[in-house]
Design a protein around this ligand. Structure first.
Ligand SMILES: [Cu+2]
Length: 221
């Protein structure tokens, strides 16, 4: 078992990890304070021979305090992360010149649509490869994510990407890898009995290597 985050190979991964750690520390402090309080009170006010219960209707000042502090913390975290959210998930946030690919989830596989020889997605020479996502390193990739049947979730931990695939919707997801290698898409939304085996291989190539792979695929069809 590993406690650290998975390796980060996404250009925006550092920003997401920073938010993750800030939230973990803030909620971690709250968790420790609450748990210590529970144990402290349970021990201090435990039943004792001859001690009578004390009835109270609460404390207004305390209630205002423990409602407003978490509310302010929540708003502060929201403001702190809004910028990163807009850069990654915002409408039309994908950088210009992104390579566009289609990913269609279904029970229990990922079908990836690549542009054909014309290099344009959505034309008649597109081709589909089952459970294999290939793309070049150091170039933004824009996935048009769809689902054929139920809710799935497109999850590549090392790219810090997790996005629900919703039937009837086409959801854009963009990322840019900083490293070549082999990774995996997992489905992060319980989608049926085969959910656990809904995986696909991710292969991140050097640009010329990707061109070669793509040309081979086009030639073989
Ligand atoms: Cu699934």
């Amino acid at each position: 078992m590993k406690w650290s985050l998975p390796e980060n190979i996404a250009t925006y991964g550092g920003k997401i990890d920073a938010i993750f750690w800030v939230i973990t520390v803030v909620t971690g402090i709250a968790f420790v304070l609450v748990e210590v309080g529970i144990i402290w009170f349970a021990v201090k006010y435990r039943r004792r021979e001859g001690r009578r219960a004390y009835y109270t209707h609460g404390n207004k000042a305390l209630e205002v305090l423990w409602t407003s502090v978490p509310a302010l913390a929540l708003v502060a975290l929201g403001i702190y992360s809004a910028d990163v959210w807009a850069q990654i998930k915002g409408r039309d946030s994908a950088p210009a010149g992104s390579l566009m690919l289609g990913v269609r989830a279904k029970q229990f596989e990922w079908n990836v649509t690549y542009p054909g020889a014309d290099g344009t997605l959505g034309t008649s020479d597109d081709f589909v490869v089952r459970n294999q996502l290939h793309f070049p390193v150091n170039r933004p990739i824009l996935i048009q994510l769809e689902s054929e049947d139920v809710l799935h979730s497109f999850f590549i931990p090392q790219l810090r990407v997790k996005q629900d695939a919703v039937p009837g919707m086409t959801i854009p997801v963009w990322f840019e890898a900083t490293k070549t290698g082999g990774y995996q898409i997992g489905c992060a939304e319980l989608c049926g009995l085969g959910h656990y085996r809904m995986r696909a291989r991710v292969t991140i190539h050097e640009p010329d290597e990707y061109e070669r792979w793509h040309a081979e695929q086009v030639a073989s069809r």
